[in-house]
Design a protein around this ligand. Structure first.
Ligand code: MLC
Ligand code: AMP
Length: 520
């Protein structure tokens, strides 16, 4: 059987002119396709020289850089398993991921080497390299002495390519195992569905993607990077999102991908106009609900219609509004705000009630999915995996939604207790766990409330033990010392009681209503 290594497919799509620019950074650096090819070969050869066991994990917590993307591609090329970690994670979070995944290689910034290497060596990791966002570090030093030729290691569709940790509503984070086949099938489906055009192809000019998202989650790492590479398209690379810079680059670009917060921030820029986006052909939004106001304002100001899609770490992309009319649904299938469009070709999606029965069109229930993009299971958690799949092989997404007469899917909520803040997932149970451990705390509840910039943010409501005086600021400060910054509740209230139902369960819906206007 021929190899299904995702890298091989991406490499095959490189343009013939390898000296052309593949990535241009906001700072003005140019990387050619040949640079991508040679640097990933050198890094893959470095990994190979370490004699790692088959299936070894390469865990990476570094700032966004083109070299960090190359490390991802090199890991695929060498046949190992990539494990990206958000740079906001602190030692307790990193300690859990490294302890659970037992990576053979860990890559971190030189600034974090002290504490990260301590965690890694304790977990049995043999190799810890550094990689900084200024193109320095031991990873590049060591790779420099290796050959720039590397035949990609043959992999089958079912072989692991990456593990993405997603937090859980109860217990610890789960590592979603994604295969080469999951990601290649999704990349090919999106290439066709979103009408990517190749330079020199029938449409001539070829797409150029503005890459403005972090590269440790599905959206920036897979949807954006695979999207550009599988089409041989150039990327304009922003190491950190900046609305002014993103808009300025639109004159030379054609595709932009962002979480809703990025669109909200660009809408506040006076430089956003029809003229500024006239070269652009596609704006994609996802990872969190896009408010209809944002969709409408974007259309009014730029004349362009945002294409909203829906996905998750466990499944990559599941549904999308159509780029062009989707003939499965007829000529009238335009992009509709407030919906996430249709299941992508190859994806089966159904809505089921609590009793496990399929619901009629238009009724609201749990969204279940099946397809070549759906992950293999949770790393070393067979029971959790079994719980999340139905007997006929559908994955229960935890999202609540409906499908209308015309086939459009709408997400109306989540059955999982989850806050999505600026496109990042925050699990209240995790934050509550940390608060409840603090001295003097009797109980706490964390709820998500609307926020004009992040869409939704966390608010903590805490009850003190009898006779103890708690201070909201001190609780927030203590959380900041332990948790990734985006997980910190934006407000904390110390109260005397929490609303409860007759079963004594905290009624989070009442708390959400109570604090709904906090950031209005
Ligand atoms: C930063 N902060 C956040 C936050 N990001 N708080 C809540 N939610 C967030 N997402 C905190 C900072 O720590 C800081 O706090 C304060 O808010 C202001 O920071 P900022 O400078 O405004 O933030 P910035 O660095 O500009 O980051 C905002 C952002 C970033 C929107 C650019 O969060 C981002 O890149 N989000 C994209 C996430 C993403 O890629 N998601 C895809 C997941 S994949 P303090 O107190 O320290 O000052 C997925 C599947 C799918 O979901 O379908 O795609
Ligand atoms: P993650 O675990 O980070 O991959 O987040 C996946 C979750 O993000 C999904 O289960 C949804 O709840 C949410 N999500 C992704 N895209 C959308 C969207 N377009 N609209 C609403 N929610 C979304």
């Amino acid at each position: 059987m021929s190899s299904q290594n995702l890298f091989t497919a991406l490499r095959a799509a490189f343009p013939t002119d390898l000296q052309a620019t593949a990535v241009e950074t906001d700072e003005g650096l140019h990387y050619s396709w040949d640079d991508l090819d040679r640097a990933t070969a050198m890094m893959a050869n470095l990994l190979k020289s370490l004699d790692l066991p088959d299936g070894s994990r390469v865990a990476v917590q570094v700032e966004k850089s083109v070299e960090a993307m190359m490390l991802y591609l090199a890991t695929l090329r060498a046949g190992y398993v990539f494990l990206p970690l958000n740079t906001a994670y602190q030692s307790a979070e990193i300690g859990y991921f490294i302890g659970n995944a037992e990576p053979a290689v860990v890559v971190c910034s030189a600034a974090n080497f002290g504490w990260v290497s301590k965690i890694a060596f304790k977990a049995g990791t043999q190799h810890v390299f550094t990689l900084n966002d200024d193109r320095t570090g031991s990873l590049l030093d060591r790779a420099a002495s290796h050959s720039d030729l590397h035949p990609a290691v043959p992999r089958q569709a079912d072989d692991l390519a990456a593990i993405l940790y997603t937090s859980g509503t109860t217990g610890r984070s789960k590592g979603a195992m994604l295969t080469h086949g999951n990601m290649l099938s999704n990349a090919l489906a999106l290439r066709d569905y979103w009408g990517w055009t190749k330079k020199g192809g029938p449409e001539g000019r070829g797409d150029v993607l503005i890459h403005a998202l972090p590269i440790f989650h599905v959206h920036g790492l897979f949807v954006a990077i695979h999207g550009a590479l599988i089409n041989g398209s150039k990327m304009i690379w922003l190491s950190k999102f900046d609305p002014k810079r993103a808009i300025a680059h639109m004159r030379q670009a054609t595709v932009f991908m962002g979480v809703p917060t990025l669109y909200v921030r660009m809408l506040a820029e006076p430089s956003l106009s029809k003229a500024a986006v006239k070269n652009m052909r596609l704006f994609v939004a996802g990872s969190a609900p896009l408010l209809i106001e944002t969709f409408d304002q974007w259309q009014a100001l730029t004349g362009q219609t945002i294409l909203e899609r829906y996905g998750m770490s466990e499944t990559a992309m599941l549904t999308s509004n159509p780029y062009a009319p989707d003939m499965r649904y007829g000529q009238q299938s335009e992009r509709r705000g407030g919906t996430v469009g249709f299941p992508l070709p190859g994806v089966l999606l159904r809505v089921r009630g609590e009793d496990g029965q399929d619901l009629p069109t238009g009724e609201i229930g749990g969204i279940e999915v099946k397809g070549p993009n759906v992950f293999k299971g949770y790393w070393r958690m067979p029971d959790k995996t079994a719980e999340e799949f139905t007997s006929d092989g559908y994955f229960k997404t935890g999202d609540v939604g409906k499908v209308d007469q015309r086939g459009y899917v709408t997400i109306v909520g989540r059955s999982k207790d989850l806050i999505i803040s600026g496109g990042y997932n925050v699990y209240p149970a995790e934050i509550e766990g940390y608060i409840n451990e603090m001295p003097g705390v009797a109980e706490s509840a964390v709820v998500g409330v609307p926020h004009p910039d992040f869409g939704e943010v966390g608010v903590a409501v805490v009850i003190a033990k009898a006779g103890v005086a708690l201070h909201a600021e001190a609780i927030i400060a203590a959380l900041k010392a332990k948790l990734a910054n985006f997980k910190i509740p934006k407000k904390c209230f110390v109260v005397t009681e929490l609303p409860r139902n007759t079963m004594s369960k905290v009624q989070k819906n009442l708390l959400r209503d109570q604090y709904r206007e906090l950031f209005a």
